[in-house]
Design a protein around this ligand. Structure first.
Ligand SMILES: [Zn+2]
Length: 356
């Protein structure tokens, strides 16, 4: 249905599909404006080789596409989400664990490995042990005495993660995802850019290997879709290349390597004078790969709540298909109606897992 490329046939195909769905899409868009809640069920992407990009959300906004999905060994509910004490301003750790524990592909792959193999591949063994315990015991509560040794370990391992400080979960998510990567879960986006010179027809191919968190730049508009920000970020990685033989313009086609988890990081600032931009994440994103396309569903989102004293508090929204569950340290609840507006306003780390 979509492509991240540039060929004429791709564009024609895209516009044919778009015409077909345009009428219902416009109705749905009106409905969405009216209700203003619930993520879209699918978002497709297409880019051109120039600076303009197409970014259309093509389908229904109703939820429930992933009904009755099982997550590793348990079905997700408020009673299966683990609770973590926030005695040491460690909501950044809690929110990351609560996000990762409820991602299907992580549960699945980690369960298949031996405990020894899992811990030995980690540079942060105490944190890993806690994560594995939480994975094995859904709904478990971790108190302040459980948290302290883990926080001490992390503050020694990574000085940015200061003890008893309100850190950014991204500083923990990066080494944590690195460990998942060592366990065989592919967490690093690989962007492949193929160019064909419009004049001399010389073809070139460049691969850009990314970190575990894929950085999304601040939006310039007040309301914007995460899809369009993602496309912009990918294009800026590829750069505005010219033909290396004759310096003429090139046609560009972008595809991706096989990845299990796409983690998009949009930094949010605590300063009250900075206006919050609303970023709408699609429920599903689709990316082109060498032999077709892969779909990724929004599994969890870490949100950055601005506090009155301009500090930050982090919490996690977890999709269980029909509803979102709100995990706020030790308080676990079904998310209320306003959750999607909260995600748009405060979402900072978006975890998309590959649909199987
Ligand atoms: Zn050329």
């Amino acid at each position: 249905m979509s492509c991240f490329g540039t060929t004429a046939s791709c564009k024609n195909f895209f516009s044919a599909i778009f015409k077909k769905v345009k009428a219902p899409f416009l109705n749905l868009r009106r409905r969405f404006r009216k209700n203003n809640e619930g993520p879209s069920t699918e978002s497709s992407m297409a880019t051109t080789d120039s600076s303009e990009s197409q970014d259309e959300i093509l389908s229904d906004y109703s939820s429930g596409v992933y009904k009755n999905e099982t997550w590793g060994q348990v079905e997700i509910s408020t009673s299966t989400v683990c609770k973590f004490s926030n005695c040491f301003e460690n909501c950044w750790l809690n929110s990351t664990f609560q996000a990762a524990l409820n991602i299907n592909i992580i549960r699945h792959k980690i369960f298949q490995m031996s405990r020894k193999a899992k811990v030995s591949s980690s540079e942060i063994p105490l944190s890993t042990e806690m994560f594995l315990t939480a994975l094995k015991k859904p709904g478990m509560r971790f108190n302040s005495s459980d948290m302290l040794p883990v926080l001490e370990e992390l503050s020694k391992f990574k000085p940015e993660l200061r003890l008893m400080s309100p850190n950014d979960p991204a500083d923990f998510a990066e080494p944590f995802l690195e460990w998942l990567n060592a366990c065989g879960i592919k967490t690093k986006l690989q962007i492949k850019c193929k160019t064909t010179c419009v004049t001399c027809k010389v073809r070139e191919r460049t691969v850009f290997n990314q970190d575990n968190l894929f950085f999304i730049a601040q939006p310039s508009a007040r309301k914007v879709s995460l899809t369009s920000l993602f496309i912009e970020a990918v294009k800026s990685v590829c750069g505005n290349k010219k033909c290396s033989t004759c310096s003429a313009n090139v046609n560009r086609q972008i595809s991706f390597g096989n990845v299990d988890l796409i983690t998009l990081y949009l930094p949010r600032y605590a300063d009250a004078d900075k206006e919050r931009r609303y970023v709408t994440p699609p429920a599903v994103i689709e990316i082109p790969v060498y032999n077709g396309k892969y779909k990724y569903r929004l599994a969890t989102v870490i949100c950055h709540k601005r506090q009155v004293d301009q500090s930050a508090h982090y919490l996690t929204y977890i999709s269980n298909g029909e509803v979102f569950i709100k995990a706020n340290d030790e308080k676990i609840s079904i998310a209320r109606n306003e959750y999607f507006n909260n995600i748009k306003k405060d979402g900072t780390i978006f975890f998309y897992e590959k649909c199987t």
